[in-house]
Design a protein around this ligand. Structure first.
Ligand SMILES: Nc1ncnc2c1ncn2[C@@H]1O[C@H](COP(=O)(O)OP(=O)(O)OP(=O)(O)O)[C@@H](O)[C@H]1O
Length: 486
């Protein structure tokens, strides 16, 4: 097996010289010793019975092989990759901590660095080692070397190799690594940026990739009934501070929300507001890009704590809206059946959610959104899975006042009464109201925007009234037909 690059002698980095200083003379002495042994061996071997050679000497050589290797290469390597499960911390968490720890070390020591903004709204940069860069670190008298490597592939894997002398094994494993983890976590807490993860599919499987999450929506900009909004914020607070409570009642620290309502009523906006309120990362899972139930399960388990996992428009996945088939499916018999077996099913999704709660301990929220709650299987949205059901409804007067204050800084206007009466009849979404309130040119002010809204509301109210008349006539005709049929 080729040695990791970090252990190869390199001219520039400090430490490499020290690490390999004794190696040349050790090899020379070993060469002479081996030559002597070979000579003695060739003299003695013809006089040895086969059994002595086979059992005793063979055994002796095997026993001392490890010692010989350790003598030649006493350097141990620990590999930390951004794709390790990270146990209860979630994928790449150990790597992230090491990266944060090294950011504090490498600014003064590495010669080739990468820079990224440390946190939203700050001008501070977080520095990390560039690929193939090496730095040395000291800990309680031991020297260790960190080497940064990027492994190729469709989704490149970033890896750190930590190299140290065998005699420091206990110190490194029991004290140094926990020290790196502690320091790294503290640095991450002070420089944390929220991330938006999406699942991408290459030729072989799905994996998460992320961008920095910078959605401007907050509860201060979300238009909805103030009492309902307050209740959601209180619920989130109780969840965030509920670590001991969840441990005491023996439940995984998680909460499920179902957001339902017509398009444009603010479901995605609400998710962004929740993420910003809690400071959590968002994992947006696109079910149509996931080919098997197993893959879905893996994606779920790879999410980190302090995160919101979102499945939007869950009603758009035909396999999930179908009622659960409790019978075991027959084994695939042809290519079509195999294609069928590759789909994500409702039971697959339920298993993935349940598996997530049993495999990962910490602080996750899962949110489903749908425009057609009535289409969903009750098992998917039952309390315990989706603990809180939130209806995102058409714009009410309170939500309109909120938007008017946000967009134009007004709390009252002669058109408000008119708008209040029309809103009840028009059934218009907050997205539509926001669109009318948004000035389109420099001449647009509150008066013109509200006038445009009144016009739109009146048209929508008229349209709804006409539809209602047509529907009631249809119902009457159906009733008449039923009577005639009888
Ligand atoms: N309650 C709201 N408060 C403030 N803005 C809103 C609200 N609802 C909708 N909007 C505005 O309307 C736009 C569309 O809203 P959003 O995407 O959140 O709706 P949605 O319910 O998720 O729609 P869909 O079901 O089609 O995904 C947003 O960009 C936002 O600016």
């Amino acid at each position: 097996m080729p040695r990791p690059k970090a252990t190869m002698p390199r001219p520039s980095p400090k430490g490499a010289v020290e690490r390999y200083a004794g190696l040349g003379s050790a090899l020379t002495s070993l060469g002479s010793a081996l030559a002597g042994l070979m000579f003695v061996w060739s003299m003695v071997r013809p006089f040895l019975p086969r059994t002595v050679f086979k059992y005793y000497l063979g055994h002796l050589m095997r026993r001392h092989a490890r010692w010989l290797v350790a003598l030649l290469d006493p350097w141990l390597t620990i590999t930390i990759t951004d794709h390790d499960g990270g146990g209860r911390l979630g994928i790449g968490a150990v790597y992230d901590r090491a990266k944060a720890y090294l950011s504090a070390q490498c600014a003064t020591r590495a010669r080739s660095l990468r820079a990224e903004l440390a946190a939203r709204g700050t001008e501070r940069f977080l520095l990390s080692m560039d690929h193939n860069e090496e730095i040395a670190d000291e800990f309680q008298g031991a020297t260790v070397w960190w080497h940064s490597v990027s492994l190729g592939g469709a989704v490149p894997r970033r890896t750190y190799r930590l190299v140290f002398h065998e005699r420091h094994r206990d110190l490194i494993v029991e004290s140094y690594l926990p020290h790196v983890s502690r320091e790294g976590r503290a640095i991450m807490a002070s420089t944390r940026r929220q991330k938006l993860f999406t699942n991408t599919f290459d030729r072989h499987n799905s994996s998460w990739s992320y961008v920095v999450f910078e959605h401007p929506s907050t509860f201060d900009t979300l238009a909805m009934d103030p009492a309902k909004k307050r209740a959601i914020m209180d619920d989130l607070d109780a969840f965030r501070n509920g670590r001991d409570y969840y441990a005491r009642i023996g439940k995984a620290w998680k909460r499920g929300y179902l957001l339902y309502g017509p398009p444009g009523t603010g479901k995605s906006t609400m998710i962004a507001a929740m993420a910003n309120y809690l400071g959590y990362d968002v994992y947006n899972i696109e079910l149509t890009s996931v080919t098997t139930n197993g893959e879905l399960q893996r994606l779920f388990v790879e999410t980190k704590g302090k995160s919101i996992i979102v499945v939007e428009d869950i009603d758009c996945s035909a396999e999930l809206t179908a009622k659960r088939d409790r019978k075991k499916p027959p084994p695939p018999s042809g290519p079509d059946d195999y294609e069928e077996a590759r789909k994500v099913t409702l039971s697959g999704l339920l298993n993935a959610i349940d598996g997530l709660w049993s495999a990962c301990g910490g602080e996750r929220i899962i949110i489903f959104t749908t425009n057609h709650v009535e289409k969903l299987d009750p098992a998917l949205i039952r309390r315990g899975r989706m603990d809180k059901h939130i209806e995102m409804s058409y714009c009410c007067f309170e939500a309109f006042r909120f938007l008017a204050r946000n967009y134009h800084g007004i709390d009252a206007h002669p058109l408000f009464d008119n708008i209040k009466a029309l809103l009840d009849e028009a059934n218009i979404t907050p997205a539509d109201v926001a669109e009318h309130l948004m000035p389109k040119c420099a001449a647009d002010d509150a008066d013109s925007c509200l006038a445009s809204l009144v016009k739109a509301l009146a048209e929508k109210a008229k349209e709804n009234a006409t539809t209602a008349v047509i529907n009631s006539m249809d119902d009457l005709l159906k009733d008449d037909q039923t009577v005639l049929d009888k």
